[in-house]
Design a protein around this ligand. Structure first.
Ligand SMILES: [Zn+2]
Length: 308
């Protein structure tokens, strides 16, 4: 039985999807293409300092265009002992791409990272958790590209993503192309009959720390928590003027989410600090290797159908 303040036996993982908030916003919201900005480096440095302070190693899923623009940052993350995973090259949601485009994007992102750090990249996370039943074929492409594991599936149905019927535990997938791939689904918590991926993103920003702690302790009884966040979630500096000029062109329905999106970013660093004090985190690949050693990963065959 676990007491309120004890450190759980099951270790968890912090995963950072390393991308630049501004250039992705401009691309997705306004169709304006621009290179990633230095803010990705500045905010990642804040995270690196925090992880160093707590002597904690995490997993960074890094966008290829960030690696291309800031190779020294990738070398630094690697030299600090964090795991380097891939987050695709251009941050397009996979269900908007053809299988050929997915294969090109994924392989390119793996290659650019491996060329910088000189070692294999084993983990992948799709932009915006964009693997859903309709594009389950993407898992085969990820395995064929040489990845050992994927962490792109949220096992609930959300507005823009989610695969409701998917396993809740870390699982080995036997794929139709005869490759295998370990899937690390994002943990969810059930609240009043609905499930939510509460240990990351907006949930981490908007909800109080007590809520995050409650969610964390209810997940970790059963499996590893996978915290997910982005460096831009710590970004409290005013965005460049061009962002506000572009936002003015939107109607209220579209501009309101962009206003809320910046809300409470100042609280994320302190929440992370508290979690780092309270829980033990290791890179995702180490969680997988421990489970493999213990022979504790189940296996399912994934068919060609829409659901597993
Ligand atoms: Zn992303």
């Amino acid at each position: 039985m676990q007491s309120e303040n004890s450190v759980p036996d099951i270790k968890s993982s912090i995963t950072v999807d390393l991308e630049d908030g501004i250039n992705i916003l401009m691309k997705d919201q306004f169709n304006i293409l621009m290179p990633p900005t230095e803010r990705a480096v500045i905010n990642t440095d804040i995270l690196l300092d925090l992880f160093e302070k707590h002597e904690t190693k995490v997993t960074f899923f890094i966008l290829g265009e960030i690696a291309h623009a800031f190779p020294e940052l990738i070398k630094k993350i690697d030299s600090f002992g964090h795991e380097i995973g891939a987050h695709g090259y251009r941050h397009d949601q996979l269900f908007k791409l053809t299988p050929e485009e997915v294969a090109t994007d994924i392989s390119k992102s793996k290659r650019v990272l491996e060329n910088i750090i000189g070692k294999p990249v084993l983990g992948y996370r799709a932009p915006a958790f964009s693997i859903i039943p309709e594009n389950a074929w993407a898992l085969e492409i990820i395995a064929e590209a040489g990845f050992k594991y994927d962490s792109s599936i949220v096992p609930i149905k959300m507005k823009r993503y989610g695969w409701k019927e998917f396993e809740k535990q870390i699982i080995r997938l036997q794929l139709p192309n005869n490759f295998t791939l370990i899937e690390v689904p994002i943990p969810v918590v059930s609240i009043m009959g609905h499930s939510f991926p509460v240990c990351g993103g907006g949930y981490l920003r908007y909800f109080p720390l007590n809520f995050t702690n409650w969610a964390f302790s209810s997940i970790v009884k059963d499996r590893s928590v996978i915290v997910y966040l982005h460096p831009y979630e710590l970004d409290t500096i005013r965005y460049p003027d061009f962002f506000y000029s572009a936002r003015k062109t939107l109607n209220i329905g579209k501009s309101l989410p962009l206003m809320i999106y910046r809300f409470k970013k100042g609280t994320v660093k302190e929440k992370l600090n508290s979690m780092l004090l309270k829980y033990k985190f290791i890179p995702l690949i180490d969680i997988i290797r421990t489970l493999e050693t213990e022979n504790a990963i189940g296996s399912i065959r994934l068919g060609n159908s829409k659901t597993a």
